[in-house]
Each structure stands twice: as C-alpha cells, then as structure tokens.
Ligand binder design. Sequence first.
Ligand code: COA
Length: 438
Amino acid sequence: MNWKEIYESRKCTADEAVQRIKNGDRVVFAHCVAEPTILVDAMVANAENYEDVTISHMVTLGKGQYTKPEYKGHFKFEGWFSSASTRGSIAEGHGQFVPVYFHEVPNYIRKGIFPIDVVMVAVSAPDRNGFCSVGVSCDYTMQAIKSAKIVLAEVNDQVPVVYGETFVHISEIDAFVETSHPLPEMVLPNICDVETKIGKYCASLIEDGSTLQLGIGAIPDAVLSQLKDKKHLGIHSEMISDGVVDLYEAGVIDCSQKSIDKGKMIVTFLMGTKKLYDFAANNPMLEMRPVDYVNSPVVVSQCSKMVCINACLQVDFMGQVVSDSIGTKQFSGVGGQVDFVRGAAMSLDGKGKAIIAMPSIVKKKDGTMISKIVPFIDHGAAVTTNRHDVDYIVTEYGIAEMKGRSLQDRARALINIAHPEFRDELKEEFEKRFNAQF
Ligand code: COA
C-alpha cells in the first residue's frame, strides 16, 4: 500500500480511535499545546468502557476531566507536572505526581520506567511524501511515538509544520482522526512596573551575543521586553513564547553568534498565541529537537555565553529555590529549570549564567503580602534548584549573587533585595538563625 492508501484505511472517528485503549493501559498525551483535544474528549466520553487506565503527560492547557473523582476506577492520573486543571486532583490525593527532570523523560520512556501502551498526539496534515509534523511539541512526544504500542493521531490542519525532528510517517500511526481547530493559546499577563524592573536587572547580566533560555511564566517574557537594545542574541530554550517573535522582528535575535546550531533558534516546545505558531510554521530559522538534546546539561554547556532565566515561588536564606511547590501543594514541576541551571554552570566558555527571577512579594487575594524571600522554606515545600546549583537571584530591588558565598553572605544579599516592608523582620530572623549581626 502507498501512504495515501494506508492513511485512508486507518482514518476513523474519535470514538473508534479510542476503542484501541484497553483496560490497564497507560495512555500518554503529547505535551502542552499539542494535546489532541478531540481524542482526549472522546476518551473521557467513553470512560464507562475503561477500567484502570493510567493517564500521564507533562504540562497541559486542557480541561483535565479524567482527573476528576467521578472517573475513579476508570482513569487514574499520574502526571509529570502539575498544571491548572490537574493540580486539584494531586492536592486531593486521587491524582499522583511523579518528579522527573524534563530532559530525562525520553530516556525513562526508552528504558521502560515510563512504559507506554497508547500515545495520543496532534499532527499536521500529511505532506506529499506522507509525513506529518508534530508541530509545536517535539520534547518527549517523538520518543513516545517510537516506543508506544499504539499511536493515535488527531490530524489538525491548523497544527503548523515546524522544522527539526518533528516528522512522523503515516505508516507509524495506527489511527487518524481528521479535525480542524485552533491550537490552545497561553496569553501572558500584562507586564507591570515590578516585572519591568526585574527585566532591566536581568538585562544588565546579558551581554550581546548571548544565547538565551527562557522559562515558564510572566517574568521570562518581561525580561525579553527589556532586551531591545541588545545585539546578536541566540535562542537555545526548552520553550519560547510570543516575546521571542518581537525580538526576532526587531533584529535583536539572529542566532549569528551561537557556538552550536548557529543561525537557528533551537527549542523543544512552543507555548504562546497564534502569533508564535504562525511564526514557527515553515520557518527555517527555528528548529525543534527532542528534550533530551535541548535540555541536556551537556548540550547546554556547549552554548556560548549561555544565560538561563527562570522563575520561582520562594527562596530561603541559603539560596534554596522553590519553584514547583507551595508548601505541600504541588504547583508545577521542575520542568527544565535544573537542566539549564546545571548546563550554564558547566559552560565550556565559563560564561554561563543562571538567573532565577521573581517579584519580592506575592499579594494574596485577601490583600495580605507575603515575602518570597524567607528564612526557611514552607513546611512540606520541595527544593527545585538547590543551594549548590543556585547562581543569581533577581527581584525588582536588585541582584543577589550566590556562587562562592557563605550562608550568611547569601542571606545578607537576599535580604538586601527583599521587599523593604519585610527587611527588618528578615534581619531579626537572620540574627536568630546565624547567631550573628546583620
Ligand atoms: N507563597 C504562596 N503563594 C505563592 C508564592 C509564595 N511564596 N509565590 C507565588 N505564589 C502563588 C501566586 O499567588 C499565584 O497564585 P494564583 O495561581 O492563585 O494566582 C501562583 O503561586 C503562581 O505564581 P506566579 O508568580 O503567578 O507564577 P508564574 O505563572 O509566573 O510561574 C513558576 C512561576 C515558578 C510557578 C513557574 O515558572 C514554574 O512552574 N517553574 C518551574 C518550572 C520551570 O522553571 N521550568 C523552566 C523551564 S521551561
């Protein structure tokens, strides 16, 4: 059979496709924006037909219905990240969270630590040679397609064809469901005065010709907005969002001085709006590679003038960074934060920098303010970037350097960039904690 005949013979409805899922299977979804929503909805609608199906994936922007208690016995959620729609189930105890460095996920799949029975993906329409692109999510998705027993694909003509290691031949897919719908979008909050100040401090650490990694959240995008006067920046990043498009169009990002993958932005997934997805489509300047390449600390170490910018929730006096939990509540996941922090530290040119940036306080809904710089991390919180790895901490009040500094000096530097309302209280805590004068 030629590829067109294979395609026709495997075309079906979403309800038919999800009948390939069997009791006791582990089903993995493509990551983040690439979640095949039509297939996921069909799986949930057919919940009564399944017993004990485990659902695993990393970030989701989807509804996460399969995590709801009413599906107990049919689905159990075992996530590699905690997202808005899945967080509640983990907190309530019927969903599970599995800690894993993002760059290790393909290896876990290859080794069978994460065995996969069925993978559900979204792909572009096939090209004239019978290849579809997984578009916005290469990360672990490509390895999952190679390792899964069954591959179910939603063929969505709005999935952009993105270059790099994103192409799957029709013959590798077991069932096709045709659809046409826009990709999920992540619109970032407006950048305010605090984020602008943080962005300016971060920009002061970025030299012309640097290669950038940008993490999840409002802060990395705020940093991009402060880089308009830089020259010849490059991108080697787990993800990018819309801010990168503006800097490319302004001529700031040209990747001309990158030491590896020169002339190309290298990413493993995209999360933004249609503006980003349109930019990525058929763009020879941008390539997607698997996460075990992009996030590998060894690969990151080869990038010249590597600067990584990630966000966090809390930092203690020792420089322990909490980015994925609030007390015992699993808020997100390590993602690629530590992959890049370690890669920058190992940088072959000795110029790598790892910035963790955050507003100095968080305002709760009832108006109370909490300092994000604290003497001790919250009870039950997990350290994401540890005190041996931490490099620069930035708030709207300045930059605190951690490497090579004693615990007392770290705490002093951090208190000096804490919110002024909390500094006296923190100084008192310092004196108790270290038996020393501030
Ligand atoms: N104590 C209690 N609550 C806190 C808090 C603190 N110290 N700091 C933040 N919060 C709350 C906020 O109020 C907010 O609550 P809401 O959801 O009810 O509004 C929530 O936590 C998220 O905080 P916010 O600052 O808006 O997060 P963000 O969207 O900018 O994301 C991280 C920041 C740290 C959560 C995100 O970057 C992350 O998950 N990082 C880990 C993974 C990573 O870095 N990957 C990088 C490679 S891509």
